[in-house]
Design a protein around this ligand. Structure first.
Ligand code: SF4
Length: 262
């Protein structure tokens, strides 16, 4: 049986190609589609639809799963094999580790993968991810190095909130990943992402965490944390978008101060 990696899966998804309709992805990353008529007419040739080189153009955030940092790769391999959460490891399609620059100024931390992320193995690639990308573009955040990850590496079924024991199980991966990434600032997207960084009563209105610089102890360093709404929440409450823009501006001001003083 042929196997494909996550980047290839991502390419197929972006191009609306079903895996079952492909017959080969060769070593030059050419994707060959089954010709549906070829079962009855052997003279029909199979159709070549494109090459994986296109996958690099899909997104400009350096988001394939080729991890350069050896320590980060080691954690990723552990995550891939992880069976600590009985339910999640049985229902996940992929673990969702992170994407972006491995030497980032900013790390965005969300809570857990959704359906698109689970299918593709990348964080923030569904509708919420597109909204995050839009903010990143509009505020020119992409002139800085940034990385995007979730606290939890497997999708909770039906997009339910992560259970406390699942957060505890996954915490070691999250902490070690952040230690290696060593960002200058962290942007928490939503209350669960934030709650993994800063002690926070989840019953408190999340808006109270905004407009303040919090600090997360990353190894021996206090890293500033800014809280804002998760893009999935903004999709449901569009009037909150202006608050996220203002939070991102606040974060960039903090980051620029840090960069100037370094
Ligand atoms: S959520 Fe984390 S701890 Fe739980 S199975 Fe997935 S990788 Fe392991």
């Amino acid at each position: 049986m042929k196997k494909i990696n996550m980047t290839e899966e991502y390419f197929l998804w972006q191009n609306k190609i079903k895996f079952s309709d492909t017959i080969n992805i060769d070593k030059n990353k050419k994707i060959i589609l089954k010709n549906k008529k070829s079962n009855s007419n052997k003279s029909n040739k199979n159709k070549e639809v494109g090459t994986m080189n296109k996958a690099n153009k899909i997104n400009n955030t350096n988001n394939n799963i080729e991890i350069k940092n050896e320590e980060l790769k080691k954690i990723y391999l552990e995550v891939k094999e992880c069976m600590k959460c009985e339910k999640l490891c049985r229902t996940r399609l992929n673990v969702v580790f992170g994407r972006g620059d491995e030497n980032p100024d900013i790390v965005f931390v969300g809570e857990a993968p959704g359906a698109d992320e689970d299918r593709l193995g990348f964080p923030f690639v569904g509708r919420a991810g597109k909204l995050l990308d839009k903010w990143i573009d509009e505020l020119k955040i992409n002139k800085y190095n940034f990385y995007i990850m979730n606290a939890l590496k497997c999708r909770p079924p039906e997009n339910r909130d992560p259970l406390p024991e699942e957060k505890i199980n996954c915490r070691n991966f999250f902490v070690r990943q952040l230690e290696i990434l060593n960002p200058k600032i962290i942007c928490a997207l939503g209350r669960h992402g934030f709650g993994n960084l800063i002690e926070f009563d989840l019953k408190t209105p999340f808006g109270k965490a905004r407009n303040t610089v919090h600090y997360y102890k990353n190894k021996d360093k206090e890293v500033p944390v800014i809280a804002t709404y998760h893009p999935a929440y903004v999709l449901r409450n569009q009037k909150e978008e202006t608050k996220v823009i203002s939070d991102f501006e606040f974060m960039l001001k903090e980051l620029n101060n840090i960069l100037e003083n370094n």
